[in-house]
Design a protein around this ligand. Structure first.
Ligand code: NCD
Ligand code: ZN
Length: 347
């Protein structure tokens, strides 16, 4: 008989944007109800560029987690050339700061403080390599002469290759990979791993652009072809330890997305796990889902594996899936590309 439930080791989200203030309060429960831990991105309006800012942000998040909830926020620093070497050394033994995130200037939301000259960061990469601090990368070039669909590929061929050649022992996570090229590159590199989002696994650029423009599928890096999507699915269901879930859930209110100049970012936390279960089931790969959502990321980040499981049940009829959430700045659409979703967490 078809399986009606699945018990999964608690999942982690290795890339999430929780924002601040009232948006943080509204979106945080969707992360702590679905995940045991999450790596929280530092691209706030005032970027989290040093340890003290990360500690303040961490406290703001922890204050909003009810006592009965077991959830671990892992923090990141936003890399700028002003970061001191001593701060990097301190990160290497910090209790909850787990990575330093590098954004190319202008690549995405709140990336104005990102780098424009990679060489300026070399002295910092040297310290990160020596002390085993993980570099998390938004991998796109921002040169306006490079086509938007080629920006990840060009980043990999130029900047990422250069970083790896100069710092072969630097541990790197290439975030939210989008293409077959990226999958192949990751597999070949010893110290490199990658996060993959729900949306890059489930939708392609046709869905965003071919039957009317759908701003709710617009994100950075931009969705690629169906062939690319299928390569990402193969990477995720393979169980290969180099690939793990980072939802890149990035809430923007609808009025900022459905606009003449809409923001990049897809809010996917609420249904991330049930959608992934359905995807893995459709590919007869439920036996590999724990690698992707619960084990591989922890192994890469050097954390103990979970031993508690959570149960998801499969309903006979489609569930009444959440469509949007209300915030005091407007509604935010929840990512769900499936007409029918059958899985939900057991209460
Ligand atoms: C993210 C955001 O809105 O903060 N947007 C996105 O499209 N993914 C930033 C990012 O991770 O690029
Ligand atoms: Zn992101």
């Amino acid at each position: 008989m078809e399986k009606r439930y699945i018990d999964i080791l608690e999942p982690d989200d290795w890339h999430v944007h929780l924002r601040e203030g009232s948006i943080l309060s509204t979106v945080l429960p969707f992360t702590y109800k679905s995940f045991a831990s999450a790596l929280i991105m530092p691209n706030l309006e005032t970027p989290v560029t040093n340890i003290s800012l990360a500690e303040t942000y961490y406290s703001e998040i922890c204050r909003q987690i009810p006592r009965e909830i077991k959830f671990t926020p892992h923090m990141t620093l936003y890399l700028t050339s002003h970061l001191s070497k001593q701060q990097i050394i301190n990160v290497s033994t910090h209790q909850y700061i787990k990575a330093i995130k590098m954004y190319p200037k202008g690549a995405t939301t709140n990336s104005d403080s990102g780098f424009s000259n990679i060489i300026e960061l070399y002295p910092l990469f040297e310290v990160m390599e020596k002390y085993g601090v993980i570099l998390s990368i938004h991998g796109e070039v921002t040169n306006e002469k490079v086509d938007v669909f080629e920006r990840e590929k060009v980043f990999i061929e130029t900047i990422l290759t250069q970083i790896i050649n100069n710092f072969p022992n630097l541990r790197i996570v290439l975030e939210h990979i989008t293409s077959a090229d990226a999958v192949n590159f990751i597999k070949e590199q010893k110290k490199l791993a990658a996060t993959i989002t729900n949306h890059h696994l489930m939708v392609n650029r046709n869905i965003m652009l071919s039957k009317g423009i759908r701003p709710n599928f617009y994100c950075a890096p931009i969705l690629k072809t169906e062939e690319d999507r299928l390569a990402l699915v193969q990477a995720a269901i393979s169980g290969n330890g180099k690939f793990f879930l980072g939802t890149d859930s990035a809430p923007h209110v609808d009025s900022k997305k459905v606009s003449s100049c809409g923001c990049a970012g897809i809010f996917s936390s609420p249904l991330a796990i049930p959608l992934l279960i359905q995807l893995f089931e459709d590919h007869s790969s439920l036996n590999k889902i724990e690698n992707f959502i619960s084990r591989n990321g922890r192994a890469f980040y050097g954390l103990n594996q979970h031993n508690e499981r959570v149960r998801y049940v499969k309903r006979s009829n489609p569930v009444d899936a959440i469509k949007n959430i209300k915030t005091n700045q407007g509604e935010i659409t929840v990512f769900n590309p499936y007409d029918e979703l059958y899985w939900e967490k057991e209460n």
